[in-house]
Ligand binder design. Structure first.
Ligand code: ATP
Ligand code: MG
Length: 350
């Protein structure tokens, strides 16, 4: 659960965006480490589509270089990246309105990284709770420098397009803190001659499900084998939800602090049906975990049916998906090069 301060800050940003969508710019993204899942969908994807409808300018990064932060080889990277784009398009992102691009196709992102790295200390990086958690779940024995500095790469991904709003799950909030620190220190150290700041201070935009749990009761993650993929078929979805961890109490209630696993399932059904979680819990009553899981399975399969159908249609045209990434890279490069020029100018580089 986000803290009250985090929730209030996110609600405030949401309100400001709704009042004047044209005044904001959004950056979001995902690592192409596997199929997107329900945690992504309710954690950020739905929010992205909502922001797109409001008319907010949006950049979506397929964070391919970030895959090698915690694995030796970039296994099936292009395939995963294309599948990620398919998930985006199926859930409603419109490539004519959102710039969808791969990190590796925009070299200026890596050039921003060097000055940014000079602005954070090693002890600040080592305190980052999400990096610590990801290191714990990492497949690698040693922590690479790339893993350690991962929040700073993310700062470059966000700041290159001067995004001020970042729809994310709760685990990303510490990274946003790093992005804000980098932006603030850069602006202080390299002021514009006209007194304006080069970078905005980006803030996280949380959804109603900032931390959806997986079948094992920990954060649903692509790489933890506990996720229900958006593209999974209905039988696989049913099997995975049946295997989800619950508790022994028969009465179903919505109490995220005392009963995190049960409450995450209740919330999932509620989000799919656009209802309040308390109402869903009340309806299941004394049905226990089995009834809860039946409700969740039906709700998820029904909600995802049109998305899955659209995804299957789009999957038939890989050429189109590649074109989306090429067009996105062209737009992202133009924006990134302009920012890099500005950075060079204020730093007094040649
Ligand atoms: P990996 O296991 O490879 O790190 P992941 O499942 O954590 O994958 P990311 O690509 O790291 O996915 O995250 C992409 C975005 O989705 C981030 O904004 C993250 O906060 C959000 N997100 C991921 N998992 C969840 C979840 N279980 N609940 C809510 N949001 C989530
Ligand atoms: Mg992750």
């Amino acid at each position: 659960m986000p803290t009250a301060t985090e929730a209030t800050a996110s609600a405030g940003l949401d309100e400001r965006i709704r009042r004047s969508p044209g005044a904001h710019r959004v950056l979001t993204g995902d690592r192409p480490t596997g199929p997107l899942h329900l945690g992504h969908y309710f954690g950020t994807l739905q929010n992205r589509v909502r922001l797109q409808r409001l008319g907010v300018e949006m950049f979506v990064v397929v964070a391919d270089y970030q895959v090698i932060t915690d694995r030796d080889i970039a296994d099936r990277l292009a395939e995963h990246a294309e599948n990620l784009v398919l998930d985006y398009l199926a859930t409603g992102l419109d490539p004519d309105r959102a710039t969808i691009f791969a990190h590796s196709a925009v070299p200026a992102l890596n050039q921003l990284l060097l000055p940014f790295l000079s602005l954070v200390s090693v002890s600040e990086l080592s305190r980052n709770p999400t990096v610590k958690d990801e290191i714990t779940h990492s497949r690698q024995a040693a922590v690479s420098g790339l893993m350690f500095t991962y929040p700073v790469h993310q700062a470059a991904d966000i700041l290159f397009c001067k995004a001020d709003a970042v729809p994310v799950g709760q685990d990303q909030l510490p990274h946003l803190e790093v992005a804000r620190t980098v932006a603030r220190r850069f602006n202080e150290r390299y002021p514009h001659p006209d007194g304006t700041a080069v970078f905005p201070h980006p803030e996280g935009l949380l959804s109603a499900a900032p931390l959806l749990l997986g079948t094992d009761g920990t954060k649903m993650s692509k790489s933890r084998g506990n996720a229900v993929a958006l593209a999974a078929d209905e039988d696989t979805t049913a099997r995975l939800i049946r295997s989800a961890k619950t508790d022994t109490e028969r009465r179903i209630s919505y109490d995220p602090v005392a009963r995190p696993e049960v409450s995450s399932l209740v919330l999932l059904a509620a989000l799919c049906q656009d209802r309040r979680p308390e109402e869903v819990a009340e309806e299941i009553g004394d049905g226990g975990g089995a009834a809860l899981k039946r409700t969740v399975t039906e709700a998820v399969n029904e909600h995802l049916r049109p998305i899955r159908a659209r995804r299957a249609e789009l999957a038939a045209d890989r050429g189109y998906v590649r074109q989306v990434l090429r067009d996105g890279a062209e737009r992202a490069n133009a924006v990134a090069d302009a920012t890099l020029d500005e950075v060079r100018a204020v730093m007094g580089s040649v």
